[in-house]
Write a protein that binds this ligand. Structure first.
Ligand code: SF4
Ligand code: SF4
Length: 502
């Protein structure tokens, strides 16, 4: 069949080219090759990962959108027309990586934070203590204390298991298979060094990383990949994955060619076999079923560690979160529709789920109305891009945020959305050992660690400007938010007033 597709991008080689061949070596998509001593580009293969541009020593390369490929039409976008052509050629479902890139309104960008002035003085975070420590785990609504014979006080009832996070920022779930072991090594060490947690995702935990157990959240997902007693034993916390923001309502598919010996051993499946995560957990069709699994995991871990539930932000997210809390979840992760993925059907990634901002506010409201908000730690994930988004998420009701895509970007990801091809030029979402080796462990740990430290510093700065000295006081404090350019219905869901209102 004739190919009507024109390239999305054009690779331009400028006059400064010294013919060193670096771009050809860096390109993992077979775009650039050296022919007669000069780089030659097959434009149609280019995904604009920008690896070649970054590493060209003379700055001679440019990757530009192929603007003349198709006449501009804001309704029939170029990407939409290309998808139609691809489907006409293949008759198949389109896959995509990374996160939803459609231009839905970003509510974060319509929210603004308050600041102290005159009567409510701000606090200088460099001079005053500023508490950003957060505890992951269920909290009692009230503490009961009793007197000891020697006159001191002690808690009348032990607290449910808690994990101390030095910052309210977790590293979100990315499975071994979606990313490679090198990336897991980086995330595990970065979490350990910054006093937070990383999440190994649904593909199991490689034995080599067991030493990072105290910094690790392990997942139990519908495929039960890699779930065994030692896995649960090693973890700091266990997360039952019911849904994922990037692909709510569907399972996952790791093609056999990505199931290397390492991944096969970790997932406990045969090498080279497709790893299929079913859409539902085949033993969960009700909140009571979920409660059974939460209870089973708690029992298996001796009631010694928090057990959480991850849900995708969908229409009835507040009721689902409430059910998860009543099922015994110590933490609930709400994953918004901007969350990333290694691979998802494009139609699901782009059109299913709801924005995290609205889901978060709705969940926080519902749990407060039902008087169970304190019984759970609420983690917000799915498209948190900056410390600004993080602070707004906390003010909307989250105890902590989890970041995935932002961490990958700190490691070089350029959001080229080609994760599903397995050819990630930055060595992230690939199992090719040569590509994976592009991630230097020490540098990666420093990059992700720096990101967390930078956001924590910015959080302290913002808390100071708000005149509060503990992140606890920001949680659900929507009074410190105002909105610009949002309609009345959205404001009502957010529980936020329009800017200018007292
Ligand atoms: S990396 Fe830059 S200088 Fe080297 S061959 Fe490619 S375009 Fe030329
Ligand atoms: S992880 Fe790699 S393939 Fe995926 S969007 Fe980022 S750079 Fe592209």
């Amino acid at each position: 069949m004739r190919n009507y597709l024109l390239p999305d991008f054009l690779v331009q080689v400028g006059e400064g080219c010294s013919a060193c061949g670096r771009c050809a070596r860096e390109c993992s998509f077979g775009v650039i090759s050296m022919e007669s001593g000069r780089p030659v580009a097959r434009h149609s293969r280019c995904v604009a990962c920008a690896r070649c541009v970054t590493f060209c020593p003379t700055g001679a390369l440019r990757v530009v959108p192929n603007q003349v490929a198709h006449r501009h039409n804001p309704y029939w976008s170029v990407s939409l027309r290309h998808d139609l052509m691809r489907q006409a050629q293949t008759g198949g479902m389109l896959l995509a990586g990374a996160g939803n890139d459609l231009a839905y309104q970003s509510i974060w960008d319509h929210l603004l934070l308050d600041a102290s002035q005159v009567t409510n003085p701000s606090i200088d975070p460099l001079r005053e203590p500023m508490e950003v420590v957060t505890f992951l785990g269920a909290k009692p609504s009230a503490l009961q204390v009793e007197a000891r014979p020697e006159g001191t006080l002690r808690l009348a009832h032990p607290l449910p298991p808690q994990i101390r996070l030095e910052v309210p920022i977790l590293l979100g779930a990315m499975s071994l298979g979606a990313v490679n072991l090198n990336v897991h090594r980086i995330l595990a060490r970065a979490a350990q060094e910054t006093g937070t947690l990383w999440n190994c995702g649904e593909g199991g935990l490689h034995e080599e990383l067991y030493e990072f157990g105290p910094s690790t959240v392990v997942q139990v997902a519908s495929g039960r990949f890699g779930v065994h007693p030692r896995y649960l034993e090693r973890a700091a916390a266990v997360e039952i994955k019911m849904g994922q923001g990037a692909k709510p309502g569907i399972g996952g598919h790791l093609p056999g060619e990505k199931v290397t010996a390492e991944i096969a051993a970790t997932r406990m499946i045969p090498e080279g076999a497709d790893a299929l995560s079913p859409a539902p957990h085949h033993d969960i069709y009700s909140i009571e079923d979920l409660a059974q699994l939460v209870g089973a995991v708690k029992q298996a871990t001796g009631f010694a560690k928090p057990v959480g539930v991850k849900i995708a932000a969908v229409h009835h997210v507040a009721a689902i979160a409430s059910g998860a809390v009543r099922a015994g979840a110590d933490f609930v992760t709400v994953d918004g529709f901007r969350g990333g993925t290694g691979a998802a059907p494009k139609v699901v990634r782009n059109h299913m789920g709801i924005p995290l901002e609205l889901a978060l506010a709705a969940v926080d409201d519902r749990l407060r109305e039902e008087g169970i908000r304190n019984e759970v730690t609420l983690v917000a994930s799915g498209g948190i891009r900056s410390s600004g988004d993080m602070v707004k998420a906390l003010a909307l009701g989250a105890d902590a945020v989890a970041v995935g895509t932002a961490a990958l970007v700190s490691l070089g990801c350029t959001l080229c959305q080609a994760c599903h091809t397995g050819r990630c030029a930055w060595g992230l979402t690939t199992q090719d050992p040569k590509l994976a080796a592009r991630q230097d462990l020490e540098e990666g740990v420093e990059r992700v660690g720096n990101l967390i430290r930078a956001w924590a510093t910015e959080l302290r700065e913002v808390l100071g400007a708000l005149g509060i000295n503990a992140v606890e006081s920001l949680r659900g404090n929507r009074e410190r938010l105002r909105a610009v350019g949002l309609d009345a219905e959205t404001l009502a869901v957010l529980g936020v007033q329009a800017a200018g209102r007292e």
